[in-house]
Structure formats: structure tokens, C-alpha cells
Write a protein that binds this ligand. Structure first.
Ligand code: SF4
Length: 222
């Protein structure tokens, strides 16, 4: 009998505390049982899913869809502007002269294409290599977002003003975007010159080299 009274007292105390905390309402956890998250799949799966895209007009003028190449677990990802003529023909980013220069820069900081991942803001070539239009960027960006979230690198390097401005959604000149670490979807992002700019203007070589040395330091700290 004494045990029953004690239990009643404990129950009453519990209800008083519950009322104090929740204003007298009784809360019952009705959350559905946890459902196992759908597998995100691989980058190859994602490529297969979107490689026929014609969401923007570039889908009907491209020769080849240019998804991206490299290590799917890369800590370091480079994002350029859009495929050029050589990339459009081969279906791979950065394979022309600018790509060869990027390879040399990577070697100078003790890396190769196999260590990093390389892609572009757009996956299809704009005619005559014109600058991507904003509506094309807007339509293609969700693909890049998913791609980078799947890779989840420690650092994203935007190559050139178009890539940096598209990712950061600003119009700030590249010179003012360099030399600082930005956040993009929770990941670190820095901006430097596009290798094609170095081919056009040799004065960009020194600041680019300084940027890559800094990038190397950032990666060592990450
Ligand atoms: S550029 Fe992007 S959005 Fe436009 S067709 Fe190609 S993949 Fe689709």
C-alpha cells in the first residue's frame, strides 16, 4: 500500500514538473520512425543522370557534355568558367593551352590532375567561347552545387572572374576577391586568375604564382 502511495506521489510530482515546463500540455512524441536516407550515388551516376541536359540553349549547340574530371574524393577542386573548343570536342575540362598551363602550375605545387578535381560553372560550351549568360549560369549552377557537395573538398579554387563572381553571386572585380577565404555552402573558397588570362597577359603570372603558394599553405593547414 505504502509502495502504491509512493508511486502516486512520484507520478504527481512528474506531472507538476511537466506542467511547469510545458504549460500543462502533455507532449507525446509522434515523430515517424527514422527512414534510412537515400544513397547519394556516385559522381558517375550523377553524370549519367544529367549528361543529356538541354535546360538551356547550350545543350543543343554543344558537341560534348563536359562534366568534370579528377579525384572524386579530392580535397582541392578547381572551377573554371565553361568548356572551350578543345573541351567541347573532347568532353573534358581544361585540355587546351590553358589546361596545359594549369597542369604545369599544379606540378609546381606538387600536384597532378589525379590529386584534384577540375570542372566548370557551365557544362556546355557557349558559342565562340563567349562569356556565359546569367540565365545559363542560373540553370546550370544546381548541377555544380550537387557535384561539389558530393566531392566535399577542403578548398574550392575559382579560376577567373566569371567563376568567382558566379559562385559568390557578386559583381566584385577579381582583384578584390583574391587573397581571402570565402565561404561557399560551408566550404572554403578562394579566387585566382584563370590560366587563359595568364596566356593573354604575362603580368598575371606572378600574382597567380603567389596565389598558388598560398593555396598550398592553406591545404597544408586544412
Ligand atoms: S549548360 Fe548546363 S543547363 Fe545548359 S544545357 Fe548544358 S548542362 Fe544543361
Amino acid at each position: 500500500m505504502g509502495e502504491t502511495a509512493s508511486l502516486t506521489e512520484l507520478t504527481a510530482k512528474y506531472l507538476r514538473q511537466t506542467a511547469d515546463l510545458f504549460g500543462g500540455e502533455l507532449y507525446i512524441d509522434t515523430a515517424p520512425p527514422a527512414v534510412e536516407a537515400e544513397s547519394p550515388g556516385t559522381l558517375d551516376d550523377f553524370r549519367a543522370e544529367i549528361c543529356e541536359c538541354v535546360k538551356c540553349p547550350l545543350g543543343s549547340t554543344r558537341t560534348k557534355f563536359v562534366f568534370g574530371v579528377g579525384n572524386p574524393d579530392a580535397d582541392l577542386v578547381f572551377v573554371g568558367e565553361a568548356p572551350g573548343r578543345d573541351e567541347d570536342l573532347q568532353g573534358e575540362p581544361f585540355v587546351g593551352r590553358a589546361g596545359q598551363l594549369l597542369d604545369k602550375i599544379l606540378v609546381a605545387v606538387n600536384r597532378t590532375r589525379d590529386d584534384v578535381y577540375i570542372c566548370n560553372i557551365l557544362k556546355c560550351r557557349p558559342p565562340e567561347n563567349r562569356t556565359p549568360h546569367q540565365d545559363e549560369i542560373d540553370l546550370c549552377m544546381p548541377y555544380l552545387e550537387r557535384q561539389l557537395e558530393m566531392i566535399s573538398p577542403k578548398l574550392i579554387v575559382a579560376l577567373g572572374a566569371t567563376a568567382a563572381q558566379a559562385l559568390l553571386m557578386v559583381k566584385t572585380p577579381l582583384g578584390k576577391l583574391r587573397s581571402q577565404v570565402w565561404k561557399w555552402h560551408g566550404m572554403d573558397l578562394v579566387a585566382t586568375y584563370h590560366p587563359a588570362a595568364l596566356l593573354r597577359n604575362a603580368s598575371f603570372k606572378r600574382p597567380t604564382w603567389e596565389d598558388f603558394q598560398w593555396i598550398d599553405e592553406l591545404m597544408a593547414e586544412a
